[in-house]
Design a binder for this molecule. Structure first.
Ligand SMILES: Nc1ncnc2c1ncn2[C@@H]1O[C@H](COP(=O)(O)OP(=O)(O)OP(=O)(O)O)[C@@H](O)[C@H]1O
Ligand SMILES: O=P(O)(O)OC[C@H]1O[C@H](OP(=O)(O)OP(=O)(O)O)[C@H](O)[C@@H]1O
Ligand SMILES: [Mg+2]
Length: 285
């Protein structure tokens, strides 16, 4: 049987979470860290461990069928690949930063300045669109060091917590784009490989749904049930079970993780008690 070939970053910001995603999809990979090509034991998947910058090229050329890569890298390289889906990890932004003691008003600050970056194409397009004429100095890493060693006046680099900027005397002044890990695929995959990809995507969807949702159980007085159901619509509709104590029910539902703290006060207002929020292992809609 043919296998779906996937490229993952060998080591770096994407590696651990990419492997974790495969694991949560129930896909088992033998634990040989130094083996750069490996096969899953229980799913038709072959895994290649590569430098992340090489992944779009390998996917474009069909050497691998799919790959997990930062959206920023896909945009920078602009290869002929399909962006299949976002994966919800390695969230960061590509930002412009300047020495923290300099005054910033607007983008014209960058006119005739030197800017160091590992993303020359994205930065050039951004400046062209905004009619800024800056000189781009391409470097492949430790970009934040550039202003302090006189290599450039400013930088464009990935930011997540902002601590690298802070520790290098820089401040973020503009956000060029937001990025997260994405799954990309070759264009025109053969039918047998597309079928395996569909089944892999089905598993990924179930994992991502479960990460974004929580199972919620609570007790409520019967006269509040209708109001609480409006707040907690659930997958189809909530389960309502009578409690041993008359006049009370237990309500079970699914709630989006990022909405829980917004609705908790409302639930309490309608008399909800004993609220339990439980992680979901897998969620198939
Ligand atoms: N600080 C961060 N927080 C979250 N995600 C990040 C951060 N920095 C980078 N990323 C994301 O992770 C991807 C890989 O980053 P990493 O620093 O591991 O790449 P690299 O140094 O080019 O690795 P490689 O050795 O494979 O070429 C980036 O393209 C970006 O999408
Ligand atoms: O805002 P922060 O949370 O500080 O993260 C930002 C840093 O993370 C990335 O580099 P990384 O640490 O991956 O090293 P690299 O330059 O070798 O890729 C990025 O290039 C920034 O330098
Ligand atoms: Mg790289």
């Amino acid at each position: 049987m043919n296998k779906l070939k996937i490229a993952l970053q060998k080591s770096g910001r994407l590696s651990e979470k990419s492997l974790e995603l495969l694991q949560e999809c129930g896909i088992k990979i033998p634990d040989f860290k130094s083996k750069l090509k490996n096969s899953a034991t229980n799913f038709p998947l072959e895994i290649l461990f590569l430098r992340d910058d090489d992944i779009p090229k390998y996917v474009e050329q069909g050497i691998v069928d799919i790959g997990i890569i930062g959206e920023n890298e896909v945009l920078e390289q602009n290869k002929n690949v399909d962006l299949v889906r976002k994966l919800g990890f390695a969230n960061c932004r590509l930002s412009l930063a300047i020495p923290k003691d300099q005054e910033y008003t607007d983008l014209s600050f960058f006119d005739k300045k030197k800017i160091a970056t590992s993303y020359p194409s994205i930065v050039k397009n951004y400046f062209d669109k905004n009619n800024i004429n800056a000189e781009i100095v391409e470097i492949s890493g430790s970009v934040e060091i550039a202003p302090s060693i006189g290599l450039a006046d400013t930088i464009a680099d990935l930011v997540s917590s902002g601590s690298t900027l802070l520790h290098n005397g820089l401040k973020e002044v503009e956000q060029v784009l937001k990025s997260e890990a994405v799954l990309i695929s070759s264009q025109n995959l053969p039918d047998d490989i597309s079928i395996i990809l569909e089944s892999f995507l089905f598993r990924i969807q179930a994992v991502i749904n479960s990460r974004e949702n929580k199972y919620i159980l609570l007790n409520a007085p019967n006269d509040s049930i209708e109001k609480i159901i409006e707040i907690l619509p659930g997958m189809k509709s909530p389960t309502v079970l009578p409690l041993a104590e008359s006049g009370w029910s237990s309500i079970h539902s699914v709630v989006r993780e990022n909405e829980f703290w917004k609705i908790i006060d409302e639930l309490k207002k309608f008399g909800a008690e004993g609220i339990l929020v439980i992680p979901i292992e897998k969620m198939v809609m």
